[in-house]
Design a protein around this ligand. Structure first.
Ligand code: CP
Ligand code: NVA
Length: 306
């Protein structure tokens, strides 16, 4: 049995297999064909943080696969009142077929996985957001941008940045990242990425100046400067991230037909200008939609490993 807690645990071949299944399921869905790969299977979905896309895509996804999703907000279940995670894991394992958790520390996912006898999927932690990066890479592939890919990430060295490092270093493309001082990606993740890059041929560059990162890029991306749980740091962060907004001037440095991706929710006037967002809205909402298709692929794939 496998869990899906980080791209770190997956090979290039496995990641590509999941993405091509996602593309296949999307094509079928567009024709109104929904094969019940997970008929009558139940997905428990624990949310310790807010969500629009993750919640809706998993709930719709499991439904389209013939199963059912259970939305479990930590405000409503005993976990939120202090029931140990390891007990929650053992109870849910007796009743559901798969679990998705959105939480704070990555160690919470690891602890749940240790006690779970059913596959566990990360729906985001402070460390990583693997489902998002699968959707991002699927979008890149669909737009024909996976060849000679040069991706540039400008902004906070957060869960999305860490996940980009994992994706790039596993797949083997060029990835440049620029963050303000003090907001670098996780050092362990960076060390792992350099290690994986040796095998995959990925080129990973840290750029002090965001313009250097974006110059000639074929995909540009960013994320909020204030992630969930950091709300009280907003004022300081907004000051520290000055010069890191992806606006038209910044985007003009990328290749002419460069894609712009954003995991959403986007905060216009902070990490992204309204102009850039609206000019790239088609690909941004393809990216959001692909969460649905690729996560269906993840669920089918994990079920097959059992
Ligand atoms: N991108 C993403 O995970 O969105 P939600 O927070 O709405 O789930
Ligand atoms: N970095 C953001 C991603 C939201 C999908 C957060 O963790 O809040």
């Amino acid at each position: 049995m496998r869990h899906f807690l980080t791209l770190r645990d997956f090979s290039k071949e496995e990641i590509l297999e999941v993405i091509s299944l996602g593309i296949k399921l999307k094509k079928k869905a567009k024709k109104g064909k929904f094969k019940p790969y997970l008929k009558d299977k139940i997905l428990g979905m624990i949310f310790e943080k807010s969500s629009t896309r993750t919640r809706v895509s998993f709930e719709v996804g499991i439904h389209q696969l013939g199963g059912k999703g259970l939305f479990l907000s930590s405000d409503d279940i005993q976990l939120g009142r202090g029931e140990p995670l390891k007990d929650t894991a053992r109870v849910l394992s007796r009743m559901v077929d798969m679990v998705m958790i959105r939480t704070f520390g990555q160690e919470r996912l690891e602890e749940f996985a240790k006690y779970s006898t059913v596959p566990l999927i990360s729906g985001l932690s402070d460390r990583y957001h693997p489902m998002q990066l699968l959707a991002d890479f699927m979008t890149i592939c669909e737009h024909g941008k996976n060849k000679n890919l040069i991706a540039a990430y400008v902004g906070d060295g957060n869960n999305i940045a860490n996940s980009w490092l994992m994706l790039a270093s596993k797949i083997g493309f060029e990835f440049r990242i620029s963050t303000p001082k003090g907001y670098e990606p996780n050092q362990q993740v960076l060390a792992d990425a350099y290690k994986f890059a040796k095998k995959s041929g990925a080129k990973i560059t840290i750029c002090e100046n965001p313009k250097d990162a974006v110059k000639g890029a074929t995909v540009v991306t960013t994320d909020t400067w204030v992630s969930m749980g950091q709300e009280n740091e907003k004022e300081r962060r907004v000051k520290d991230f000055e010069g890191f907004m992806v606006d038209c001037k910044m985007m003009a440095l990328a290749q002419k037909d460069a894609l712009f991706l954003h995991c959403l929710p986007a905060y216009r006037g902070y990490e992204i200008s309204d102009e850039v967002f609206e000019a790239h809205a088609d690909e941004i909402f393809d990216e959001a939609e692909n969460r649905l298709h690729v996560q269906k692929a993840v669920m089918v794939w994990l079920d097959k490993q059992r």
